[in-house]
Design a protein around this ligand. Structure first.
Ligand code: ACO
Length: 470
């Protein structure tokens, strides 16, 4: 079987229509003006209303991807989910998604869920790519789903929430293919962000530590990535060897700092990507120890300043969705990739994108993608048109911060609860969207789909096989 250029053939995104403007949230929280918008670099934050969750979002995104690319569900041979939002400690989100495939008689699908903070989606993606590249591959597609609702307790981390689900179809001859040899990981044991309280959806966060861990992991991955590249290609790797750098994006400021850090790495390795002016400005930081370099605010500022012109070209196109939606945990990195595809699809042929995935705790990987225009329906231009980002962003409903806080309070009570019905209010949902209707006395969850032909009457109907007992 032909297995050249294994990678992402198709992509879909779903994010909730409810969102809160960061400027309004800033004022509501009594934060100083500009703290969330300039300080964190965020514009807006999506959140799940009481009728949506990670299961409904993943049902929506998978169903929509299969339809929009006209994929027969029987052609999926592996389905992997990445998520850190715990709804059930045993039953995987993948099993809920099986309803879509059971309907067509396909139950022969390998894969379950992967979890480690924001990294689970990358683990799922690498599993699927490895499967297609392995002897176990049966010729069918892999499907990866990243789905998360990022919510934080009241406090400084709350504006770094968000929610979304991404689906990616994996196979050979892909327009977005893996350069599998250039891949480097850094994994370690730290307590920077974790979820030990099983009665709460909120994480325990050591915010400052998580920022340093992220940058240390980035350094380690980049160093090893460069070493591997140099061994194989026989020349030094630097920022100039990739057209785009896409980072896991908890909030945009950290992405700005990350690219500056990569630039500082290039400076320390004496790469030609760093011009003379930048060399002069960074010279006084060349003797810092690793530890000192993470603490130096002056270095942070100087490297951001000298890297700014390259940030605007190589990173800025990836920031659209993460700035508008917020941290989507496992989906964040892939929403950033989707932003590049959406913004630049007609000029990506032959280009390279370097990706950096980070999940607290910690796990991280840097990997490389090579792009080609592809063939319809698996072409970059079709992926961009299916993503339909502008329309999706424009049709959202802005919510007041008070309503956002009220929703989170309600969800605190509902988390881990049984025996309740939701309002079934689907007025904000687009036709085709799945939503939660109830959780019964045995904690079983029931979902329905808002159907297209019923939107005029405002009514919704249960979809076959998804609402048993309803
Ligand atoms: N105008 C402009 N900028 C401002 C203003 C203002 N009025 N007020 C503050 N700022 C800046 C600060 O200078 C700082 O920027 P800098 O980092 O460039 O110095 C930034 O806003 C943040 O302010 P801080 O006071 O440093 O941080 P805060 O206590 O608000 O917490 C944090 C920020 C740590 C990111 C918090 O939101 C958090 O814990 N989030 C969750 C953890 C996280 O996302 N970690 C990232 C990796 S792990 C993961 O992906 C979950």
């Amino acid at each position: 079987m032909d297995r050249k250029d294994v990678g992402i053939l198709a992509m879909g995104i779903y994010f909730p229509p409810s969102c809160v403007q960061q400027e309004a949230l800033e004022a509501h929280d009594g934060a100083s003006k500009g703290k969330y918008t300039i300080g964190l670099g965020q514009d807006c934050m999506a959140f799940c209303s009481e009728v949506e969750d990670v299961i409904s979002m993943s049902l929506t995104v998978v169903n929509s991807l299969l339809k929009k690319y006209n994929i027969d569900p029987k052609l999926i041979g592996r389905l992997e989910v990445g998520s850190e939002t715990v709804i059930d400690k045993s039953k995987s989100i993948k099993t809920w998604l099986m309803q879509i495939f059971e309907e067509s008689g396909n139950t022969d699908i390998e894969g379950v869920d992967s979890s480690n903070a924001c990294y689970g989606g990358t683990a799922a993606l690498l599993n699927c790519v490895n499967w297609v590249e392995s002897n176990s591959w049966d010729g069918r597609y892999g499907l990866v789903v990243c789905t998360d609702s990022a919510v934080y307790a009241e406090g400084p981390a709350r504006p770094t929430g968000g929610a979304a689900a991404i689906a990616m179809l994996i196979g050979p001859n892909a327009p977005i293919s893996f350069e599998s040899k250039y891949r480097a990981s850094h994994m370690a044991h730290v307590y920077d962000f974790y979820k030990p309280d099983l009665a709460s959806e909120y994480p325990v966060v050591d915010g400052k530590l998580s920022q340093t861990c992220y940058l240390m992991a980035l350094d380690s991955c980049y160093r090893q990535f460069c070493n591997k590249y140099e061994k194989i290609v026989g020349k030094q790797f630097s920022i100039s060897d990739a057209e785009y750098f896409v980072f896991h994006s908890p909030y945009n400021k950290l992405v700005q700092k990350s690219f500056a850090r990569v630039y500082y790495n290039d400076f320390m390795r004496n790469c030609s990507s760093v011009d003379d002016d930048a060399k002069e400005k960074l010279q006084s930081f060349s003797n810092l120890t690793g530890e000192e370099s993470y603490q130096s605010r002056d270095l942070e500022k100087a490297s951001q300043q000298v890297a700014k012109h390259l940030y605007d070209i190589k990173v800025q196109p990836s920031t659209l969705l993460p700035k508008q939606i917020g941290n989507m945990y496992t989906a964040s990195l892939y929403a950033a990739l989707a932003s590049v595809l959406y913004n630049k699809h007609d000029s990506l042929n032959g280009q390279r994108i370097v990706m950096f995935s980070y999940g607290s705790g910690l796990t991280s990987t840097m990997f490389s993608l090579r792009l080609n225009n592809g063939q319809h329906p698996f072409s970059l231009s079709n992926i961009a048109s299916v993503l339909d980002v502008t329309e999706k962003l424009q049709s959202r409903h802005e919510t007041l911060p008070e309503k956002f806080v009220e929703t989170l309070k309600l969800m605190e009570h509902r988390y881990g609860a049984k025996d309740f019905e939701t309002s079934r209010d689907t007025s904000q949902l687009q036709p085709g969207t799945f939503y939660l209707t109830k959780v019964d006395s045995m904690y079983r969850r029931f979902y329905s789909q808002k159907l297209a032909e019923e939107t005029c009457s405002g009514k919704t109907k249960c979809c076959n096989g998804f609402a048993n007992g309803h």
